[in-house]
Design a protein around this ligand. Structure first.
Ligand code: UDP
Length: 478
């Protein structure tokens, strides 16, 4: 699907392409909305599959943006997988499909846009992992800004992965080398088990290993790389990357400005959820006491075994805290069959499937967040000053737990989900520590300090604001 003419009035026109997963679509859309607020025309390119899901789930967003004067158009291209295929089960299948099918379709889309002066793009703004967008940018002589949707720490690990592997740290097994990795400039010592999971085996022919590292061999081709973080959060790692001559800038947090500035009047929805959002949960939240609610969400991919799910529920019940829990349809299909009636019917408990997460985390009645530790969830909780219990599953979540627990000290962590069962007593103990104790109070104070730093970063003349403005100035003058 190609949008109608996309650049009347001589506006600057960016074609924005996220990696096709929720944790990439959301930050890319937030950044796109910010660009649109600065006068850009945006063509936002999803896969056909995700585009159809977003349209089915988010009936309202386009009209709201139009009302705000944001010129955002949608385009979509096939990823080559059958529609019923669950794309989040095996990333190697999705990534192979991206490499095989998307380049030609994207090239055709950009060729179509370039065929008229009215729709010709000025630049491509795309997820670093969407490697083929660089080829298309080169072919049409368009500058590209790459967007990195994880932490700067994770970026630095990707840069230094060949060294880490040559030092004999892989594969990571129970008997593998236990001394920490100290060769990542600006990064504190890192245990191999906290490396992103795609790198933990030593199979260099592994599709994901190569898919993840390929873009790092051509970083200099992008005009610049913008990271969804902010300077005060990851100063040393960012500095070391710059010292390494990487053209990288902290540009986040990519979150609704209305939420960061605590204004209610403007649109504060991401508008790109792959599931319909429950808005009623906000009414329930309004009726709770300040900082009393534990919000639980495991993001868009992680899943729990039945036995772990039960143990978690018993721990939650024992903690007696008000609970708001987003149980995605593919996290647990039939909650009625596994949840005790007392829990299902409790006034203290609000169970739903998908929520406006950033809006919830920004609410004063949320006192803690039990999260899988995805980067967006991590950044959202820090940006709104909410302390966390991190329960990592895969990808960069173990790394994010390390930073939350050891560096920012804004939360506590469970062991990684694959390392064994977390018993109900442990769940209860951790929740009480977070929501009641002195330690929890101190973690909340530290999170609130970082929240202020996040808000400062995106304000006019804040560090992220200036970084993005400078990037755009250099881009548009090239
Ligand atoms: N999210 C949401 N509603 C939910 C659960 C998650 O809007 O009920 C959003 C959340 O705010 C975040 C994204 O989905 O922006 C999940 O990204 P993250 O990096 O935290 O985890 P992933 O899904 O990639 O594992």
């Amino acid at each position: 699907m190609v949008p109608a003419s996309a650049s009347e009035k001589g506006r600057v026109h960016a074609v924005v392409v996220p990696y096709p997963a929720q944790g990439h679509i959301n930050p890319c859309m937030q950044f796109a909305k910010w660009l649109a607020s600065q006068g850009f025309t945006i063509t936002f390119v999803n896969t056909d599959h995700n585009h159809a899901r977003i349209l089915a789930s988010q009936s309202h967003h386009s009209s709201v943006w139009e009302a705000e004067g944001l010129d955002i158009r949608f385009a979509s291209i096939p990823d080559g997988l059958p529609d019923h295929h669950d794309r989040m089960v095996d990333f190697a299948i999705l990534s192979k499909a991206i490499d095989t099918h998307m380049p030609a379709h994207f090239e055709a889309l950009v060729a179509g846009l370039c065929s008229s002066d009215a729709s010709r793009p000025t630049c491509i703004v795309s997820d670093l992992f969407m490697n083929f967008t660089q080829d298309v940018a080169n072919k049409f002589g368009l500058p590209r800004v790459a967007v990195w949707c994880q932490s700067a720490a994770s970026f630095a690990i990707h840069v230094h992965m060949p060294t880490i592997s040559s030092q004999g740290y892989l594969p990571v097994t129970d008997d593998s080398k236990l001394d920490p990795i100290t060769s990542i400039p600006g990064h504190p010592p890192l245990l191999p088990k906290d490396l992103p999971s795609f790198f933990q085996d030593a199979d260099f022919s592994n599709y994901m290993y190569n898919f993840k590292l390929r873009p790092f061999q051509r970083l200099q081709e992008a005009k610049s790389i913008l990271i969804n973080t902010f300077d005060d959060l990851e100063r040393d790692v960012l500095k070391a990357l710059k010292d390494d001559k990487i053209n990288i800038f902290a540009a986040g947090p990519f979150l609704p400005p209305a939420l960061l500035s605590k204004e209610d009047s403007r649109d504060n929805r991401t508008g790109t959820g792959l599931w319909p959002e429950d808005q009623e949960c906000i009414t329930w939240l309004e009726n709770q006491k300040e900082s009393s609610v534990l919000f639980i969400s495991f993001g868009s991919i992680a899943s729990l075994s039945d036995i772990q799910f039960k143990e978690l529920v018993l721990g939650l019940e024992a903690s007696q805290k008000p609970i708001l829990w987003a149980i995605r349809p593919n996290l647990k299909d039939s909650i009625e069959s596994v949840l005790p009636k007392s829990f299902l019917e409790s006034d203290h408990v609000y169970l739903t499937s998908w929520v406006p997460q950033a809006l919830i985390l920004s609410h004063k009645n949320v006192g803690g967040f039990l999260t899988h530790g995805g980067w967006n969830s991590t950044l959202e909780s820090l940006s709104f000053g909410v302390p966390t219990i991190v329960w990592p599953y895969f990808a960069d979540q173990m790394l994010n737990r390390k930073w939350i627990v050891e560096e920012w000290k804004t939360g506590k962590g469970f062991q990684a989900a694959h390392s064994g069962l977390i018993a109900r007593d442990e769940v209860e103990r951790m929740i009480r520590l977070l929501m009641e104790g002195k330690e929890g109070h101190e973690m909340r104070q530290r999170a609130r300090k970082l929240s202020q730093a996040a808000r400062n970063a995106v304000q006019e003349d804040g560090s992220s604001y200036v970084n993005v403005k400078n990037t755009l100035r250099a881009l548009l003058s090239s």
